[in-house]
Design a protein around this ligand. Sequence first.
Ligand code: GLN
Ligand code: ZN
Length: 766
Amino acid sequence: MLTHNLGYPRIGSQRELKKASEKYWSGQLALPELQATARRIAQHNWQLQQEAGLDLIPCNDFSYYDQVLDTSLMVGAIPKRYTPVLSENPQNTALDLYFAMARGYQRNGLDITAMEMTKWFDTNYHYLVPEFTADQEFRLFSEHIFEQFIHARNTLENTPKPVLLGPVSYLLLGKEKEEGFHRIDLLKRLLPVYVEVLTRLHQYGATWVQLDEPYLALDLTPAEKDAYLFAYAKLARSCPGIKLLVATYFEGLRDNAALAVSLPISALHLDLVRAPEQLTSVLGLVPQWLSLSLGVVDGRNVWKNDYQASLALIEQAVAALGTERVLVAPSCSLLHSPCDLDLETNDATLTPEIKNWLAFAKQKLREVGELRQIADHGALDLLHQNQQALDSRRKSERIHRTHIKERTAAVTEADARRRSPFAVRQARQQAQLQLPLFPTTTIGSFPQTEDIRQLRARFKKGELTAAQYTEALQHATVEVIRWQEEVGLDVLVHGEFERNDMVEYFGELLDGFAFTKNGWVQSYGSRCVKPPILYGDIHRPTDMTVAWSTFAQALTQQYVKGMLTGPVTILQWSFVRDDQPLATTALQIALAIREEVLALEKAGIQLIQIDEPAIREGLPLRHSDWPAYLAWAVRAFRVAASGVRDETQIHTHMCYSEFNEILPAIAELDADVITMETSRSQMELLAAFADFQYPNQIGPGVYDIHSPRVPSTAEMVALLEKAQTLLPAENLWVNPDCGLKTRKWPETEAALRNMVQAARHVRAKG
Ligand code: GLN
Ligand code: ZN
């Protein structure tokens, strides 16, 4: 039985790559030093995996920015607008071209936009979307993969296993930049480059090559299925000396199982964490030549593996195939795991008890090795140790709180329904709030300036007392209230200066969350996130936002919106428990948020926003799973929102605006007002809401907050006029696309002044 790994985090356990790249971009670090850092990280990762006893260690899983962008460079899919990057400055290297594609290029009069970025399947990792034209050509452009292989080969005892994104998934991840063709039609032109890469890897001594084909676990059209057959027949025929391992993950193969096992490859990797049930059906289909790689250690979450459960799967496969045809591995690349639990030395945030339930990337390697030891040699002490840790988690009173389980089980349909239908609420709210037509507001946060961040850092270091910290934040809040009054916004916000992050802030105040010091995971490029660990039944011991909202409200005659993060978003952006259904966890968070909503209402806050930017991204990968997900996600939101009186106005906010397919679910949220991102698509989305006859109020974003550009009054008037042709004026709000925390003050000020003017203009005309 072989053990292997699909990929290892490349940011470095101390985020070395982030720090080095950012210095390189700002001109403070020379290229050779950046390259040295990259080599050190890759080498360190290989050594770790060798020490863990893995047989097949991945290489080329290291990336300076993103593995999809690496593939675009490898196959020479470089959009024409980047041509000047190399000619403009003879000093620019292929790596500068690469970073220009990732981040845009603004130098010496050139202003080239970056490639589009989007989420990698259902993870929080973002990749750069390949761009294809009808006359797209491919050629081997980058030597990165060969350099990686040779470096790994010279470092490791065993022959390393290069990892590549498979040709079909690569094409499907991209986008057509012109009409008249489908990107899958480019396969014939793409394959020769893959053949060349495999051939050269073979010449350098590679035996196994891993091709990632996550699309095999998604809904496929007949043409896409044919593409798989065609591609792998060609690769197998052209490179007979290479053993191909095709990796699928994030879902089960389901109806694609027969297709996947029929490919002429040596091994197929299955995600048995997401879909353990697929093992039985795949074993029933697997042909003689095919080995199976069992992804039994969760690459996407932080919990210790359940050895007993994994061993049952391994034994089932071994009984059917024999040990020679079974490989053991994590479920997917460990890119999505934090690096090393051993670095968590602060008992105050991560107690030894909780630590004993966890495994990060380095620990997961050890788990893979131990599973083989137990399977091969019956190392029972390892099994017992594992069972003890799992037992302690199963029984811990830190996790299980009877009163919460009872409350969650007792949620009724009435708890998930506002008292009156929207039309009644709208009239009552209007009578109470007396807002003008086209009320203006913002999404919540105002610029988190260097000063604000410094305050937080100094408070965390103990250089400021809690009282000093609070006083300074209050000062910022007073200023932002005065400022909003002066600019003439109708519904104000307190600015969210007290929040480091919209999920972590609530996690820190709720029981049931733990935090790491170093549990960073790459989000995109040099950006990393540190998701909280949601380990236990969720309990709200204290008010979380009431003090800030009432402080702000007391400063002004105008309404100040309360500001909360919704249950689905808190769930999506945390490492969540795997010992109960997501729906149950979501409902527990919903009940905590509901209590906060009621506390805000009781304190006199009349408009309350519950942000749910992550509802859209939580959609399952297979369409047939959408209804079940949407049912519990919508219910969680409604439970959070529905405790209040008719007069209290519930807002929600969402970005990433591709909602067209889930409009019924958005309507079912029954928020009184939804604000969302629409400006970049010129209100395209609003037409869908109009077609659907969306009944409640909407604040379509009138300006893009992702860029410092200040929009003119005229262009926002134009957008609002467009909105009025689609929806009744009394249902429209005026606001930016999203929160303003990443912006600077000067542009924020100018943009919001123009926005208020635009609202006044359409109001006067109306
Ligand atoms: N209220 C949050 C803010 O303004 C919303 C952030 C988000 O949608 N991602 O920052
Ligand atoms: Zn947003």
